[in-house]
Design a protein around this ligand. Structure first.
Ligand SMILES: [Zn+2]
Length: 557
C-alpha cells in the first residue's frame, strides 16, 4: 500500500506551515478503517489524513500516523467500512425536505386509509391552507384504481388538496382545488396532460402531467421561511444517510437563493449542483456562466428538460402502445410540442456551454432526445459536454450504441427498478421490460452511469439504492433472485457509479468521488461492510458518521 501525498497547493494555502517545510500535521486522521477508496490505482487502505477540507494522504495506519500533530483529532474507524460520500445525481431536494413534514400516503395500502390520513391532516390544517405531497401509490390498493375526489371531498370542504402520486406525474385534487383552478367538465386536456373523467364526463380529480399545472398555478409559493425550513430538513436528512453531494433537478431560483444564503452562513452541509428548467435557458446564457460554474458547495450551469412523462402514469412516450392500454403510447412533454422548441433551446444552451440533463423514460422519448443531441453535435461540433439522460428507463435495442457514441451519461435510479418491477411487465410486456433499467447493458456498451434516487420520488438512503442495483429484488418479494437479474450491478460497480460516476456527471471527477489525496474529504463510515455482506442485507446498513470537507456533519451516537 503506497502512501501518496498531495503537497504544494494545499499546504501553502493552509497557512499552517512555512514554505520549505515538507509536511504539516493533519487536522483529522481516520484510522483503523476498511477504506474502499474508489481510486482504481489504490482501491484499499486503512487510514486517511485530512487537512482543511481536503484529503492529504491515504494509506496504512502506520503511514498515516506520520501526519499526527499535537492538535490532530483522531477518529478510530473500529474496523468499519469507509467509502467516499455518496453523490445523488438526481434529487428534488426541496420537495424531499418538504415531504418529511407532509401527509404520508405512500404506505397507505387501502383507499380507506388514504382518505383517513387526508381527513386527519385536514382537521389539523387551517382553513384555506393546502394539503400537498403525499406520494400515494394506487398499485398498492385492491383494486389498483386511481383515487377520486369523492374519497376526500366530505372531509376537506374548507381545505384545498393536491396530493401527488409518488412518481410526481399525477395529482389528485379535491373539488375545492379544482374550483380554485377553474377546472370543469368542459376544460380541455392541455398539451402533454390528461384530465381524467368519470363515466358522466366529470373530472375525477386525477390530473396527469401538464394537467396538474392547472392546479399548481393557483397554489401559493412557499414563503422564504417555509422553503428554508424544507431545505434545512433535507440537508439534515442527507447527512444522516451519507449523501454528501446532490444534483438538484428543476429547482426554483428561490431554492438557489436559499442555498447561497446557507453557504454564506456556513450552514450548507451537502454540496449542490442545481439544474433549473430549460424554459429559463435565456437567463443563464445572458449571465454568461458555463457548466459547473461556482464553488465546491454550490454550482450551476446545467439545465433540466422533460422529454416525456412516467411509466406509472402511462405518460412515458413509447414507439408502441402499452400492453394494458392499446390506444395509448404515452405523451411527449409540453416542452416537446413542437420538438423544434426543445431542439432550439438545447442548441442555444449548448452554444453557451451549458450542460443538458434530460428526463426521458419511454423508448421513443429517449430516442427523440438522442436525435436532438446528435443534431447538436453535428451542427456545433464535438466537445466534452457530458450530456445526460435522466432515468433512461426503457431503451430501444437500437439506441444503446447511439447512447455510447454520443457519450451520453445514463443518470439512473435503481430503486425505481425494484419498485416499478412489480407491475412494469404488465404495462410494456416481456420484450420491452428486458431493456428496462438495463444497467449492465449500458456498462457493456461503454455508457457511463451516474446513480441517484429521484428523491422525493424514491427514498434518499443510498443503502436502498445499492440494495436495488445489486439484487434487483422487487419490493413485492416476487423476484428474490432479481427481476432481469442479468442487469444487476456488483456492489463495487454500484458504489463507483454513485461516487465517481455522479462526480463525472457534474464535471467534478478531479475534485471528489474517491478517497484520494487532493480530493475533498467527503466520506461515510458504515455500520457493516457492504463489500462483504450478502447484498440482501445492504438495505439494513446504517451510516455511523458522515464527513463533508473534513467536517463531521452526522454522528449516529
Ligand atoms: Zn426527477
Amino acid at each position: 500500500m503506497k502512501r501518496h501525498y498531495l503537497l504544494v497547493p494545499i499546504l501553502l494555502a493552509s497557512g499552517t506551515c512555512a514554505v520549505g517545510q515538507s509536511k504539516s500535521a493533519a487536522d483529522l486522521l481516520v484510522r483503523n478503517a476498511k477504506v474502499w477508496t474508489v481510486d482504481r490505482d489504490h482501491p484499499e487502505a486503512e487510514a486517511v489524513a485530512i487537512l482543511g477540507d481536503r484529503i492529504v494522504a491515504v494509506g496504512s495506519n502506520q503511514e498515516i500516523d506520520a501526519w499526527r500533530g499535537p492538535n490532530t483529532r483522531v477518529q478510530d474507524g473500529a474496523g468499519k467500512r469507509l467509502v467516499p460520500g455518496f453523490n445523488d445525481a438526481h434529487v428534488h431536494f426541496t420537495s424531499g425536505g418538504q415531504q418529511l413534514d407532509n401527509v404520508q400516503l405512500n404506505d397507505a395500502t387501502t383507499t380507506q386509509e388514504f382518505a383517513r390520513r387526508i381527513a386527519e391532516r385536514a382537521a389539523k390544517t387551517s382553513k384555506g391552507e393546502w394539503i400537498l405531497g403525499g406520494d400515494w401509490d394506487e398499485t398498492k390498493w385492491t383494486p389498483a384504481q386511481l383515487p377520486t375526489k369523492e374519497l376526500i371531498d366530505a372531509t376537506t370542504s374548507q381545505t384545498p388538496v393536491a396530493v401527488s402520486r409518488y412518481d410526481g406525474h399525477m395529482i389528485l385534487a379535491n373539488s375545492l382545488a379544482l374550483k380554485l383552478a377553474g377546472v370543469t367538465a368542459k376544460t380541455p386536456d392541455p398539451d402533454g396532460g390528461v384530465i381524467v373523467h368519470d363515466t358522466q364526463g366529470n373530472p375525477t380529480g386525477a390530473l396527469k402531467d401538464a394537467a396538474a399545472d392547472l392546479v399548481y398555478k393557483v397554489i401559493p409559493d412557499p414563503t422564504h421561511d417555509q422553503r428554508r425550513h424544507s431545505i434545512e430538513r433535507a440537508l439534515e436528512h442527507a447527512a444522516s444517510v451519507g449523501v454528501t453531494s446532490v444534483q438538484h433537478m428543476n429547482p426554483d431560483y428561490a431554492d438557489i437563493a436559499i442555498y447561497s444564503e446557507l453557504l454564506e452562513e456556513g450552514k450548507l452541509t451537502t454540496r449542490i449542483y442545481a439544474a433549473p428548467l430549460i424554459s429559463q435557458v435565456d437567463d443563464q446564457v445572458k449571465i454568461g456562466i458555463r457548466h459547473a460554474f461556482g464553488g465546491p458547495f454550490l454550482r450551476i450551469g446545467a439545465l433540466k428538460s422533460y422529454a416525456d412523462g412516467s411509466l406509472g402514469s402511462a405518460t412515458a412516450y413509447f414507439f408502441e402502445p402499452f400492453n394494458d392500454q392499446p390506444n395509448n403510447r404515452g405523451l411527449l412533454s409540453d416542452a416537446m410540442h413542437p420538438v423544434s422548441l426543445m431542439r432550439d433551446r438545447m442548441m442555444k444552451a449548448d452554444a453557451a456551454s451549458l450542460q443538458l440533463c434530460t428526463h426521458a423514460i419511454g423508448d421513443a422519448g429517449i430516442s427523440a432526445i438522442l436525435d436532438i443531441y446528435a443534431e447538436i453535435e453535428k451542427t456545433q461540433g464535438p466537445g466534452d459536454r457530458r450530456w445526460r439522460i435522466e432515468h433512461a428507463q426503457h431503451m430501444a435495442a437500437k439506441d444503446f450504441d447511439r447512447f455510447a457514441q454520443l457519450h451520453v451519461i445514463a443518470s439512473v435510479q435503481p430503486y425505481h427498478a425494484i419498485d416499478d418491477g412489480r407491475w412494469a411487465e404488465g404495462r410494456i410486456g416481456h420484450d420491452r421490460a428486458s431493456r428496462t433499467y438495463a444497467f449492465r447493458t449500458f456498462l457493456n456498451h461503454g455508457v457511463r452511469l451516474a446513480l441517484g434516487t429521484d428523491w422525493n420520488v424514491a427514498p434518499l438512503n443510498p443503502m436502498l439504492t445499492l440494495y436495488a442495483a445489486t439484487t434487483r429484488a422487487t419490493l413485492d418479494g416476487k423476484n428474490p433472485n432479481g427481476w432481469f437479474p442479468e442487469e444487476k450491478l456488483t456492489v463495487k460497480e454500484a458504489i463507483e457509479a454513485y461516487t465517481m460516476g455522479s462526480a463525472y456527471a457534474e464535471f467534478q471527477e478531479n475534485v471528489k468521488g474517491s478517497i484520494a489525496p487532493g480530493k475533498l474529504a467527503d466520506m461515510v463510515l458504515l455500520s457493516d461492510d457492504v463489500l462483504s455482506i450478502d447484498p440482501v442485507k445492504i438495505r439494513d446498513v446504517k451510516v455511523v458518521k458522515t464527513w463533508v470537507g473534513g467536517k463531521l456533519v452526522y454522528d449516529s451516537r
